[in-house]
Write a protein that binds this ligand. Structure first.
Ligand code: MG
Length: 352
């Protein structure tokens, strides 16, 4: 039996020790590496691309309209890393972002609260991004560095579900800390079990584990999947999901990139704020959780990075990281020009 897919967009927190049909709620039974209607592949023919673009218009073409809606409100920027700020590459350790992209993110972060939300470990994503004026959420939001000041507002709601500790001027929020010993066990078992499969790469993302199979021969996909599943059978508190040529293992807790977005908005001081517009750009199945949160808030800009039509909760699209770069440059210069317009308006005593 092939790896099964979750019907919903978020990975299901279903323990693997349950009967296999219950491991993931499925909408298909798809062998590993075959087309994924949500994560990898088009759901429509070429002829359907135009109608998909009507539903999910280009964020570049829609930029003026989006900024018009943002007038008088506060945009908060959330960015996924792999496939959004950096290209998807064969070796995940070499998924570098360009200096140009780094400069664009730096400019955006000078003008808006900005957070990078990634499946990578917090340390690794910081190492890739190398910016001190953004906040970071690693391990799909299970390892968050956020500002200290508004923390008191969040204490009651979040301290029961996470380890929260001060780190200098920041707060470290780790809702899956108790799982660390088990994660280390699983990590070494996975390394041992998959070590003989050529091209398989086990990545330690601290609170979750990625098993990359981009460089594995297709004939070995089934064996890899079986080995991963056999390790996880002994860990009912963990769940398995699939991204772009990667299997993701994480603790079965009700916490994902969507929760991370809400948590960060609160720590940035926008608790219950009706005039905040979260803008989230991401390319992966896990980003759908954040898109869903924005949709349920009723305002904000969920933007998917995809060059093919696919099922998504995003409202807008960008084709690839180069379009993300252009969008971020537009955003930074829009803010600057709105500042200068405001200054001249104030100088002339017109408008606000
Ligand atoms: Mg991504």
């Amino acid at each position: 039996m092939g790896l099964q897919k979750s019907h919903s967009f978020k990975p299901k927190a279903q323990p693997l020790s349950k009967p296999e049909h219950d491991v993931m709620v499925t909408d298909d039974q798809r062998p590993l590496g075959t087309p994924d209607p949500i994560a990898d592949q088009p759901i429509l023919s070429d002829a359907g691309y135009a109608s998909w673009m009507v539903e999910h218009p280009s964020a570049l073409d829609s930029f003026d309209q989006m900024m018009k809606a943002a007038k008088g409100k506060k945009i908060v920027v959330f960015l996924d890393y792999d496939g959004t700020l950096s290209p998807i590459v064969n070796d995940p350790d070499r998924a570098f972002m360009s200096d140009e992209m780094r400069a664009a993110v730096r400019e955006v972060a000078k003008n808006f609260w900005t957070a990078i939300v990634s499946g990578r470990s917090l340390d690794k994503v910081k190492e890739f991004v190398k910016l001190s004026n953004v906040y970071y959420a690693g391990s799909h939001g299970m390892d968050i560095m956020s500002p200290v000041s508004p923390r008191k507002q969040c204490n009651g709601k979040y301290q029961n579900i996470a380890n929260v500790e001060n780190k200098g001027n920041d707060v470290l929020f780790q809702p899956a800390k108790k799982f660390l010993p088990a994660i280390q066990e699983i990590l070494s078992k996975l390394e041992e079990e998959t070590g003989k499969i050529q091209g398989a790469l086990v990545e330690d993302n601290r609170f979750c584990i990625s098993v990359h199979y981009r460089q594995v021969q297709e004939k070995d996909y089934g064996m890899l999947e079986e080995k991963v599943k056999s390790v996880l059978q002994k860990y009912p508190d963990f769940c398995l999901s699939e991204g772009k040529m990667v299997l993701e293992i994480r603790p079965s807790i009700e916490w994902n990139k969507g929760h991370a977005l809400e948590y960060l908005l609160e720590t940035f001081g926008f608790r219950n704020s009706r005039d905040v517009l979260p803008l989230y750009i991401g390319d992966d199945r896990t980003d759908e959780d954040a898109f869903k949160v924005i949709q349920s808030r009723g305002q904000g800009f969920p933007i998917i990075v995809s060059s093919i039509p696919k099922e998504t909760k995003a409202s807008y699209s960008l084709q690839d990281p180069s379009e993300v770069l252009t969008f971020l440059l537009h955003l930074a210069s829009w803010k600057k020009s709105s500042y200068s317009n405001r200054s001249s308006s104030q100088f002339w005593g017109i408008g606000n």
